[in-house]
Design a binder for this molecule. Sequence first.
Ligand code: UDX
Length: 467
Amino acid sequence: MPFPAQGHMNPLLKLAKLLHSKGFFITFIHTALYHRRLLRTSSSSSVSSSASFRFVTIDDGVSEDESTHTLHYVQDCMRRHCPASLRELLVREEDEGVVPPATCIVSDGVMSFTLGVAEELRLPQVLFWTMSACGFMGYLLFEEIIKRDMAPLKDDVTARNDARLDARIDWVPAMKNARLRDMPTFITHPSHPKHQGMLEFMIEECRNASRATAIVLNTFDALELPVLDAISASLAPPVLTVGPLMGLNNNKLIFEEPKVWQEEMGCLKWLEAQQDSSVLYINFGSIAVMTSAQLSELAFGIAGSGCRFLWVVRPDSVDGGLDGLPAGFVEETMGRGLMIMGWCPQEEVLGHRAVGGFMTHSGWNSMLESVIEGVPMACLPSVAEQPTNSRFACGEWAVGLEIGLIGDLKRERVEGVIRELMEGEKGREIRKRALEVKEEAWRAVKPGGSSYVNLDKLVYDVLKAPM
Ligand code: UDX
């Protein structure tokens, strides 16, 4: 059962497919909100179930008018309505005997209300926190950060320049290079209208994590071992790394994946005509939003860099609506870029030989997709644990260059980082390192690798599939 957003849906679906390939009957549960979003795209009509892998929608109490939704509103509705809907589904289906009785619940780490249902029905319950280990650690540290009086800071405007944001998280050795400003934005920007209630919500979800039979993370040991050790030391359940899931998921698709946006496939043809490693791919995932002024800074930064680029812009990614591109941008970049308004097949794009760099909002799926293809990144984080991912990618792992928060966008900075990434000395170093990390990622998912072994542990020791 995933949280209803693309960045959560993708990894949950990958894990579900792996469990299916190990012999489990899968019931993949959408909430009504996501189901409505799927129905809006024509590709959704192809969301089909197979005999042993089906999609079921349950009631979530979320209003149909999405203009009034905040993250916390959606979480709160689901927390109040979904447990009863889920319980009713599992009990009714067991009584009817049409499908095999449920043997375990695997749900998103931020959908921990399923724990009560699992406990009542005496089922093992795995929480899949879809983020990086460092991002998860950031959330686990919220309570301690507050106890130490480092946060929350009063308001967003002063928060950005507040020197207290540079304080280090030095009491956890694995996090010692992270500053308060690198922690998930729910604690650094608590008064942002979209963050309302999220600090308390995440603290509660982190407390609930201890009640799970096991915690699963989409990362790999070689990348995040020190942080993973710190997480294991602070949580009772075993923590199993099974990432990058896209590496383990080499079984061919059994159905078309449900997506809320149509993919524009034409960009692959355009990439075919470009030279190896010559294109900067720019995409900010499924939820990041910027103002028109920020879009303009970004556009002129890209134009000024002189690089070849593929820029994918979600139509809903600009506050107040996307009202065309800044004047002069198209003329200035004529012949060296492709812009798409919509959504692209990102995993294929990142795997294309022509892509030499990725400007990303540092969403965890995007980063892992880049890591497994060995593509170096320029990081422009927006919300949630994205600043933490960016800090680690540009520091500890040395596979990216930091631009800074989307909220602080300046064209000169964008231009400079792109040039460095695509042509500079630092760019060459992180490109080399990205290829090493790519090797480590593939080692983790090959037979005998840490994620490969952990998946077996999950299947046979935790979920207890018959051997
Ligand atoms: C992110 C974080 O991952 C999440 O943990 C956090 O709490 C909120 O922000 P999102 O913006 O969805 O979520 O980014 P990301 O995790 O990178 O996931 C986006 C997914 O959509 C990726 O799997 C990517 O391949 C896919 N995508 C994105 C496309 O397929 N096409 C696109 O054009 C853009």
